[in-house]
Structures are given as C-alpha cells and as structure tokens.
Design a protein around this ligand. Structure first.
Ligand SMILES: O=C(O)CCC(=O)C(=O)O
Ligand SMILES: [Fe+2]
Length: 450
C-alpha cells in the first residue's frame, strides 16, 4: 500500500505541497515498471515453473510469464500466449510486492495471501502452489524446502502432555511446541469455558460476533472473541498464570507484550485455517529468530476430529514451508486433554484443524484461549492502548499493564522522554502540549522552571 497523501496544513507557511519530490516515487506506474524489471531479470530462474502464470497489477491488463519451453528462460508477454494456452495460475498483486519479494523484504505467502490469513482467498486452490512458487522464485533465497514430518527416530519423541516443565522446554526447542498438562484445574477450565461460551453467545446476540472459516470472508462456523482483556475478570486473572513467567522471558526476552488475546471456538463444518506461522508481523521475514510464543489453553479435550490445531513438528527451524498452505496433509493434530496449555513458538507452521463432528452434537465445539506474546518492540496485533475500555484500564495490575505496553523497556514504550527500563505509565490527559513562552534568542543560564 502506498503512502497516504497529506491533508491541508494547519500552519499555512508549512505547506510543502509544491516540493517536486515524494509523490512520484510512490506512483503505481513506477512500481509497475520496477516489478516488470524484476520479473524480466528473473526469467532464467522462472523457467522452473514449467507453466504459464498471469500476473495482474490492479486493473492493468495482465502480463504473462510463459515458462513452458524446457531448458530456456521463461518469456514475458504482454498478451496471452499465441497458442491460446490458458494460464495455470493467475496472480493478482500490488506491483510493489513483487519488488519487495525480490529484495527479500516480504514473505511470499504473506504477500500473496495476507487477507486470507484468517479467512479465505478467491484463488482456485489447485492454482495456489504455482502462484507461491512464482513468488518464491523472485526472492533472493529461492523457494523454501518443504516442511515435513521429522524422521522416524524423532517421531518417537514427539511432544506429549507432561507436567515436567523442563521437558516442555526441550520439546519447544526441538519441535517448536510442547504441552503443559494440568496447567488449569477442571474447575478453572469450567470457569473459563463458561466465560468464553457465554461471551460468544452474547456477541452473536448483539450482532457483533467475529465468525470465520467459511467460504466467504467474515462468515463461517468458527468464532473468535478478540481483546479478551475487555471481556471479563476471568480473562484478566488468566494473565496471572505463572506459566507466562516460566516460558515467555525464557523464549522471547524481557518486557514481551501481549500481541493478541483471543478465544477461538472451532465448530463443525469449518474450513481448516490456512497453514501459517505466527511471525507474519515480522516483515522483512526473519526465520532464524523466534519473536513470539503462543500459550493456548485447551478448554475441552482437543483431538483431531474437533479441530485440534494442526502442526508440522520441527518446522520452526530452517527455511521451510508446507508444500500447500491451504492443505493440512502432512500435518499432525496437537491433541491434548482439557486443562493443557499447548505452547508453540511463532516460527512453527500450524493452523486450526477441521472440526468434522456433527453440527449440534454434544461437545462438538472446541473452545480455546490463545494468549500470544511477542518481543517488546513489536507492534501488537491488537491495539490495546486504543481498545482498552476505561473501566478495565482502572483496575489493571502493574503486571497486566506491562503486558499491554504501559511500561518502558529502556528503548521503547516511554512517555515524554521518560524511557528508563521498568518505568510504568498510565493514559495521561495531561501529557505536555504546546505551552509557549516568549523566547530571548541570546539568553544564557537555562533553568528548568523556578
Ligand atoms: O485455534 C487454533 O487452533 C489456532 C489459531 C491460530 O493459529 C491463530 O490464531 O493464529
Ligand atoms: Fe496461528
């Protein structure tokens, strides 16, 4: 997305609109020229596509990459191939994204499908792997290796629910995830489950429910409850869970922030979520650093038939991705009894599984709470300072305020120059504003007030 043009200046003398630069470098047409140059440069490599791909920028008529001739560079055409061949895949994309792929600044799956991350894409499923390969071939690293199940020797060690926290940490390091058994007692599960289910019913009744996992964006059987901080004391108390202290600083350092705090109810008939990593906010993509960790509290037994999260064990390491992000083939279900905390780091490939139970049958829903933390300098998915209800803000503990970004780290999160590590802030109505005094240009001996 290009920059946003400035509005009218507030101070007439500070009108910069006559400056000759700025607008041009952001022009769509320039981006198209650049994107075309990138594709032309990559034609020898694009030969690997063995197919015809059309690439449309906005409403411009599409370009065609014809890579059918074996052992010779692909051809870039301004009109469909003369022999009338239909494209095997049709990519519609911002030209700037093509340039960013080539610079290694945008992860192809994110660049192509970011709007389908929670929902769906208009593209025909079988043409998607080719579109991804096209984008991958433009990147400096080239296509990632296929993320596969580990070798049989490691399969014997796949994580299982345990109360041994040292084992959970070893599992997270080796496989990208682990299970903390009995992180919640049955009574705690019941309290949280009731809160989630009643809130979900309330949001449906109020007509504000966030549904997904259907064929169209914003609809489907699955339901998300976002910004749980606002939605009941149960969810505030869950932020006191000691597992947070055990895992979060260990994996992603001090001052980590809540990135998203949501419940996800997987229901029968859902379309499985796109396989993704939770590091999609990290662009340019960085695979060799873990930026986040998800603590998912299971409020019912999670099993393969009620939509347990699908994972590819070990896929947190290396330049790897699933062969087809819209398929759960070659993944396993993260199965665990109610009360387990399923902890997974943000580089692992995963997604909500299919709930194949009969709609309306008893216990066919899979409610879970996802408490997702990211490193301290990353902008949160949920904008807490903007979303927090005032009645909630006034009762938050220091710990909760810290998770929501009300504490400085020494480098970020400060207020009016106060940035020292561990300083806490509240929403201030009295942040210093414009307080002007006449100024003597040759004054000496500055003092701070009287
Ligand atoms: O609910 C699940 O199974 C996983 C959801 C997920 O991966 C996400 O929200 O990023
Ligand atoms: Fe996820």
């Amino acid at each position: 997305m290009a920059g946003v043009l400035p509005g009218k200046p507030l101070v007439p003398e500070l009108d910069f609109s006559s400056q000759p630069y700025g607008k041009l470098s952001k022009s769509f047409d320039n981006d198209v020229v650049e994107a075309r140059r990138v594709i032309e440069e990559k034609l020898p490599i694009l030969a690997q596509l063995n197919a015809v791909v059309s690439v449309a920028f906005g409403t411009n008529s599409p370009l065609f990459v014809d890579a059918r001739a074996p052992d010779s560079p692909a051809k870039l055409l301004d009109s469909p191939p003369e022999d009338g061949a239909e494209p095997d895949s049709q990519v519609t994309i911002q030209p700037a994204s093509i340039v960013q792929f080539s610079q290694g600044h945008l992860e192809p799956r994110f660049g192509l499908f970011k709007d389908a991350y929670l929902y769906d894409t208009a593209m025909r499923k079988e043409t998607i792997p080719l579109a991804i390969k096209f984008a991958d071939l433009l990147t400096p690293q080239g296509p990632p290796a296929e993320a596969k199940m580990p070798c049989s020797e490691a399969l014997e060690r796949l994580p299982v629910p345990t109360e041994d926290i040292a084992q959970v940490k070893r599992d997270i390091k080796e496989f990208g995830y682990g299970f903390v058994k009995n992180a919640l007692t049955p009574v705690q599960v019941a309290v949280l489950r009731k809160a989630v289910e009643e809130q979900a019913a309330g949001e449906r009744k109020a007509g504000i429910a966030k549904m997904d996992s259907g064929p169209d964006a914003g609809s489907g059987p699955n339901q998300r409850l976002w910004v749980l901080t606002n939605k009941g004391d149960e969810f505030l108390d869950l932020l006191n869970h000691p597992l947070i202290d055990e895992i979060v600083p260990w994996l992603i350092g001090d001052h980590a922030l809540l990135h998203a705090y949501a419940a996800n109810i997987a229901r029968p008939g859902n379309i499985p979520m796109q396989m993704h990593t939770d590091q999609v906010a990290i662009q340019p993509p960085i695979r060799d650093v873990v930026f986040g960790v998800n603590i998912m509290f299971c409020l019912t037994d999670m099993h393969s038939s009620n939509g347990a999260t699908r994972v590819i064990p070990g896929s947190h390491l290396g330049h790897v991705a699933p062969a087809d992000i819209f398929s759960t083939e070659g993944t396993i279900a993260a199965e665990a009894p109610a009360g387990t905390a399923f902890v997974f780091e943000s580089r692992i490939w995963h997604g909500t599984g299919a709930n194949t139970l009969t709609p309306g049958s008893p216990d066919s829903e899979r409610p879970a709470i996802l408490m997702f933390f990211m490193r301290s300098f990353i902008r949160s998915q949920e904008n807490y300072p903007l979303s927090l209800r005032p009645d909630v803000a006034s009762k938050l503990s220091k710990r909760q305020r810290k998770f929501l970004g009300f504490c400085a780290t020494g480098a970020v999160g400060g207020q009016d120059g106060d940035i020292r590590e561990g300083m806490y802030f509240d929403r201030r109505k009295d942040c210093p504003g414009a307080i002007r005094e006449p100024h003597e240009r040759h004054m000496s001996g500055y003092t701070n007030g009287v």
